[in-house]
Ligand binder design. Structure first.
Ligand SMILES: Cc1cc2nc3c(=O)[nH]c(=O)nc-3n(C[C@H](O)[C@H](O)[C@H](O)COP(=O)(O)OP(=O)(O)OC[C@H]3O[C@@H](n4cnc5c(N)ncnc54)[C@H](O)[C@@H]3O)c2cc1C
Ligand code: FES
Length: 286
């Protein structure tokens, strides 16, 4: 099987980055109470090549555009996005039915450090829908398993019913080449798993900090505490990588909407090291 390109290798710039290309919804799946996964077919039949951690700007025609990460397998299959309905655009996107058109600009941004992770142990820490941008990285790690050391997924959700990609998480738990630990903040008596915030899983992690790289995605407050906990366990700040979700407009470093000092989240990120993001975490809006 041909090897897929290194995710953090430079990629060709998107031709006509401000012009949405048309795609159609192939399939739609309800993944959590307010989250839906859309599989898309590009109208021109093209395969969209992207790196784990990159995002597209998706247009719900007549409503608007929002940044949404790829959540599928970059090596195969259609373009896949998992979207939580939080406002007008995301709601309109989640309500699209099979066959309906959607606009796609991208892929944009710099994704997870897959090449830097080669030969290292990799810890993925996901909070809620933060699992969506991490899922392509996990597919890559499992698809090219011999390139990486030990792979661990720590996944926290608010309640059992909020766990996205539930069946897949069960499958990953059944594999011998990945350790999966799932926790929820609150659960009823029928939940047999761990209860507590995701940082509590870090304390019991068996890791070799010098050869570990961590990829973290979730709400900013979660990423801050997870990063601190990972660094407390001895992982270097430059080996902890986070994906920032801030408001975006152009997605190509032109409008300044996502700019913080010299950093454009859309162009230089959304994935950055904790060392670089530490002073920015907690800054309200850009
Ligand atoms: C690089 C990047 C990748 C992203 N990937 C995804 C993804 O894979 N899936 C996804 O669902 N979203 C993702 N987002 C977030 C998504 O772009 C926003 O949720 C979107 O802008 C919402 O647009 P809207 O018009 O529906 O809501 P808005 O009108 O922008 O927001 C409505 C309300 O929801 C709040 N809100 C906005 N975003 C969020 C959020 N993420 N969580 C909770 N509350 C929020 C706002 O503060 C506001 O109060 C990503 C953002 C970025 C920058
Ligand atoms: S969204 Fe325009 S500069 Fe980043």
């Amino acid at each position: 099987m041909p090897l897929t390109p290194m995710s953090d290798a430079p990629r060709a710039p998107v031709a006509q980055p401000m012009v949405p290309r048309i795609a159609h919804v192939r399939r739609r799946r309800h993944d959590a109470p307010d989250a839906w996964t859309l599989e898309l077919d590009m109208a021109d039949g093209a395969h969209v090549d992207y790196a784990p951690g990159q995002f597209n700007m998706l247009t719900a025609f007549g409503v608007g555009e929002a940044a949404i990460s790829m959540s599928g397998d970059p090596a195969t299959g259609p373009l896949i996005h998992t979207i939580r309905a939080v406002g007008p655009v995301s709601r309109a996107l989640t309500e699209l039915k099979p066959g309906e058109p959607i606009g796609v600009r991208g892929p944009f941004g710099v994704g997870w450090p897959m090449a830097a992770a080669e030969g290292k142990d990799v810890v993925l820490v996901a909070g809620g829908l933060g699992m969506a941008p991490l899922r392509p990285a996990l597919y890559r790690l499992l698809g090219e398993r011999s390139r990486y050391g030990k792979v661990t997924l720590l996944f926290g959700s608010r309640r059992p019913e909020d766990i996205v990609f539930r069946h897949e998480v069960e499958n990953w738990r059944g594999r011998f080449d990945i350790d999966v630990d799932v926790t929820v903040d609150h659960a009823g008596a029928d939940w047999r798993g761990h209860v507590g915030i995701v940082t509590t899983l870090i304390a019991r992690l068996d890791l070799d900090p010098a050869k570990t790289i961590a990829m973290v995605c979730g709400p900013e407050v979660m990423m801050r505490f997870v990063s601190m906990a990972l660094c407390d366990r001895g992982i270097a700040e430059e080996s902890v990588w986070l994906s920032m979700e801030r408001n975006m407009k152009c997605a190509i470093g032109h409008c300044g909407h996502c700019q913080l000092g010299p950093t454009f989240i859309c162009r230089d990120g959304p994935v950055f090291t904790y060392r670089r993001l530490k002073p920015l975490l907690g800054v309200k809006e850009l």
